[in-house]
Design a protein. Structure first.
Length: 123
């Protein structure tokens, strides 16, 4: 899964898991932290509105949010990506909401929930 898809999937999974009765504080806090971290990249009124609208209608606002994330460089922030991956793991451990992780990077790829890929690290 590409970095933007990881971020968007984490937002969707975090929101869906947080809406369930008995959602853990860890998921709720993780979702809020991810949104807060995104504020650095989505600071304009238009970007903030798109993020809010994505919460209520993810299907319609998926493409506009992805475009804003790419243009802002959010997909290059490793700390943000790690936070998104953590939230995905907590909010959707079975992959039911987001399907399964698929990461492709040049000569490296991984598919599955517990796969590890070290991108840019040589043995």
């Amino acid at each position: 899964m590409d970095p933007i898809s990881i971020i968007v999937s984490a937002l969707v999974s975090g929101l869906a898991a947080g809406a369930k009765d008995g959602a853990s504080k860890l998921i709720s806090d993780g979702y809020q932290k991810l949104k807060s971290m995104l504020g650095k990249y989505l600071s304009s009124d238009k970007a903030q509105n798109t993020l809010v609208e994505h919460e209520t209608d993810p299907e319609t606002y998926d493409k506009p949010l992805r475009k804003l994330l790419q243009e802002s460089g959010a997909d290059q922030d490793q700390q943000l990506l790690e936070m998104a991956k953590q939230l995905l793991a907590e909010a959707d451990p079975t992959g039911a909401i987001r399907s399964k992780y698929v990461v492709n990077n040049a000569n490296q790829s991984a598919i599955g929930d517990n796969a590890t890929v070290n991108i840019g690290v040589r043995p």
